[in-house]
Every structure is written in structure tokens, then in C-alpha cells.
Ligand binder design. Sequence first.
Ligand code: ADP
Ligand code: MG
Length: 210
Amino acid sequence: MSITRDDVISWLNAYGQVLAENKDYLTQLDSDIGDADHGANMDRGFKAALAKLPTVADKDIGTLFKSVGMTLVQTVGGAAGPLYGTFFMQAGTASANKMELSATDWAAALEAALNGVIARGKASPGDKTMIDALTPALVTLKQAVSDGADMSEALRRSAAAAEQGMKDTIPLVARKGRASYLGERSAGHQDPGATSSYMMLKAAADTWGK
Ligand code: ADP
Ligand code: MG
């Protein structure tokens, strides 16, 4: 089974809907340890990215991802816009000219995307950021693929690892981004970016794992 271009579009739309539904929740998380804009940032960015998708809907998956990434960089300020923008632009480079993705291709795209976020944001695992959800998701996805798990099982395991990584940010003290200004007071709160990253991979598992 592979992920077609239409599947990618379905996923992006599904994630946009999840972000719209969870806008207040993500903003609430960001109000605890940031400046209360993460939900609005992600919702605004994805609405803009989805509005542009019809102009590239007949193109390869790499072009679709790059379009999303560029729109996020252009429309979302703060940390998350450039970081999610980089995520999608790097996923796009890894998926250049592809009209469908195997599980291995998706793992390669996710790896390139995560590496882009790390290169841009300079966060390490345990710094209480989105990479604390993305890193275990990637490790688990690659393991599942090498174990020979089918696509839906691999995606389900990857999303579950992201969820655990998200929850594991709660006790952490933030060392990157605005939350780091709070020092020890950032502990005891779930990271907003790790939460939106989990939601992204959960939407992938729900959309592609059917
Ligand atoms: P801002 O912090 O500029 O208001 P958002 O509220 O939209 O931007 O996003 C905050 C999220 O961005 C954090 O919860 C964290 O997951 C992520 N983040 C912040 N800085 C970094 C970084 N240097 N590397 C990776 N992720 C980061
Ligand atoms: Mg914020």
C-alpha cells in the first residue's frame, strides 16, 4: 500500500480541520508557558496553506509539501511558522517528483523534515519542543517499517510514540523558545508544539491507515 497524492491532500485537509477544532486548546497550552498564540498561528497558517493547494493539486507530492511549507513561513510569525514551514519544505525536497509514497518514502520524508526543524531551531530531545513528539515518532516509524509492519500499523505505532513524547514533555523544563523564559516554572505543562505535532501524525495515521 502506498500514499497517493490525493491521500496527501486528504491528510493536509484533515490536519487543518483538527487544528481548527483544537485552536482554543493549543492556545490554552501556549498561554500556560508562552504567549497564547500557538492555536491561532497554526490555524491561520494551515487555512492559508490549504487555500493555495488547488493551485498545485495536479503536481507531485514534493511540490505540494513545498507549497505548504512556503505558505506557513510567509503567514505565520513566531517560532512555529518557520519551524513547521521548514518541516514541510524539507519533506517536499525528500518527496520531489513523487506521485506516491511508500512507507519507506514517508519515513525518509519525516526524517528530512525533522532534521530541518532541528537544523533551524537547534533544539535537542528533552528541550520541551515539537521535536520531543517528532523524534520518537520517526524512530518508531522506522522500526515498524523494518519489522515489516503494514502501513496502517506503522502509522498507528508512530502516532502512539508521538503521543507519548508529547505527554513526556509535561515534566520537562523548557530550554528553547518562549517557554524557556519561564525556567523551572515551565515544568508541569504540556508543550504546545509537541501537541500540534502529535495531532499532525495522528491525522496521518487516521487518514492513511484506513
Ligand atoms: P511562539 O513561541 O513564537 O509564540 P508558537 O507559540 O506558535 O510560537 O509555537 C511555540 C512552539 O514552538 C513551542 O511549543 C515549541 O514546541 C516550538 N518551538 C519553539 N522554539 C523551538 C525550537 N528552537 N526548536 C523546536 N521547536 C521550537
Ligand atoms: Mg506562542
